[in-house]
Every structure is written in structure tokens, then in C-alpha cells.
Design a protein around this ligand. Sequence first.
Ligand code: NAD
Length: 326
Amino acid sequence: MERRRLGSTGYTVSELGFGASPLGGVFGPITSEEDAVRAVREAVDAHGINLFDTSPYYGNTESERVLGKCLSQLGDRDAYVLATKVGRYGRDEFDYSAARVRASVVESMQRLRVRRLDIVQCHDVEFADRWQIIAEETLPALARLRDEGVIGAIGLTGLPLSVYPTILEHTAVEVDVALSYCHACLCDTSLADSGVLRYLYEKGVGVLNASPLCMGLLTERGPPPWHPAPPALKAHCAAAARWVTEHAMECTGTPVTIAELALPYAVRCVGDGRIASTLVGIDSHATLSKNVQALRAPLNERLLQQVLRMLAPVHNQSWPSGAAWA
Ligand code: NAD
């Protein structure tokens, strides 16, 4: 697996990262914890995946707990780069205060069974008061933890792309990582189109692209019931998924699903090498294998161009998230 520099953090991360929110049951129950242990071990040992991303929010701390159990069986702490988050917790529960940041980091380390965290990100900053995040509380509290060596790097995550320049232009804290989601995939390339990717890259901020399957929209199974996409986007993605399943054989000679097209597209075709890693959600050992294989297979141009045509009417459509403060 190719490794890339993560901005100025000093970390080198695999081009495909292990998104651990499904381990918290976010998309449905997992096969078993034994299967999750196998997925994490094979990701590291067999496929060279070294980036893992989670949050206390995913499954109400369940993702961190299961991932901690899996990682503890690897032995070598230097074999992986571990990212989690602060600020977003249970359903509609947000707390970006300095006191909560410190307590949250300690709790995450306990659940993840580690003594240090490599990356801690402010989770979905569009739900926070901007001055609390920027100036007074969240980022300064994370910077103190970085100075103390408890965490390696500080990040931001959020849906509206404007949050990144807005925060970076107004904070004295050095932000190391930006995690954007659902904006660098088959139906949405706005991370690159908006100029935000170039802006971050030129500032030396390491960029992570999450949700290359647009949180399930670009899968045969389709999105979970909570998916916030507007109906037209859901309908176009579902039609494209059906079309791929029905026409893959005649185009490629083998069965291919839309996910197997969407993943390599996000990793290879978006961002001109400015994205350090693409985080895909892994719920099982079988899903891991499918994604590693999909990344190795050649992209079928005919299939890809037809799907892009089908998704063109909803290209870069998104949905509202948080307050419109950015
Ligand atoms: P995703 O686009 O990666 O899709 C995940 C869904 O697709 C899951 O149901 C998964 O089981 C399924 N899937 C994965 N590979 C598949 C395949 N080959 N075929 C069929 N189905 C497949 O969405 P995601 O999980 O939300 O994003 C990946 C990771 O990025 C998350 O786990 C999380 O770590 C991170 N993330 C962070 C934020 C944030 O910080 N705000 C938001 C979204 C995602």
C-alpha cells in the first residue's frame, strides 16, 4: 500500500485508511468482535494500512471500545497512526469546552487502550461556537496536550468546506490535519473544485478524505435510514448503483459494484495527489478484502464515464449541517 506524508505532522499514512465508525454499529450490527479483530490485524499485517480513525461519537463510544480491543492485539504501537475526536458525543450532544477536551482525550485513551493519541480532531466544528473553538477553548486546549506530548497532532473535521479557511485564518494555533467527508467521491468533487484542497495543501495541512462511498450512498445496499442526503441525490445514486450491477459484466467481463468503482475513483482520480489518505468505513474482514482488491483492479473507463454522466445532475449537491456560521 502506498504511503504518503500527512502534511507537516511527520506521520506517513497509507493511501487507504481504516474508518472505524462501522465498528460502533453506525451502519448496522457488525459480524462479530472476532471478525473485527481479524480485519484490523489483516489491514496492518497483510495490506500495510496504518491509519485508523474513530470518535467517541460513533456508536456512543462503542467504535473506540471495539477498535481498542482490536489494536491491543497488534502489540506494536508504532505500527499504526491513531486518530480520534473531541466535541461531539451522544445524539445531539456537543461540548467543545477546554475542560471537556482534556477529559475526553483521557477517556478515549482508556477505551482505545493506548498511552498516546497520534491525531485528535475537533469533531464537526460547524456545530460549535466559532470563537470557543478557535480562540478560547478547543484548539488551545488541544495545543496544550500536543505540547505535553499526550497527542501528536491537532485536526478539524466538518461538512461545510468553508469551515477550514474560516478557522485557519483566525487562529494562532497551528492546525496539522483537516478531515473532509463526502466531498471527494463519484458524486461530489467540491473539495478539489472549491480550491479548499489546494489552500490546505499549500498551508502544509495534512488532508484526509473520508466517506469515499458517501456514507453508503455509493453502495449496492444503499444508505442507512439516517443518511441526510436530499431525495434527488439518493435517487440518482441508487439508479447509478443498479446500472453498474446490471452492466458491469458486459463492460468488464467481471461483476463490479458501484462501491468497487467509487473507492478507486476517490483514491486515484480526485485531488492530484494532495489527499494524504482516503478513509473508508470498514465493518468486517470481508469489506476490507473487497476494498483492497478494488484498489488493485484497473478502473474501467466505460463504466466510470457512464456513472459520472448519470450522477452529473446531482454533482456537488450536499445537505445542511450545523449552524451557518462559517
Ligand atoms: P463510507 O463512504 O466509507 O461508507 C461506509 C459504508 O459503506 C459502511 O456501511 C461500509 O460497511 C460500507 N462499505 C465499505 N466498503 C464497501 C464495499 N466495498 N462494498 C459495499 N459496502 C461497503 O462512509 P463512512 O464510514 O462514514 O466514512 C469512512 C470513515 O471516515 C468513518 O468511519 C470515519 O472514521 C470517517 N468520517 C469522519 C467524519 C467526521 O469526522 N465528521 C464524517 C464521516 C466519516
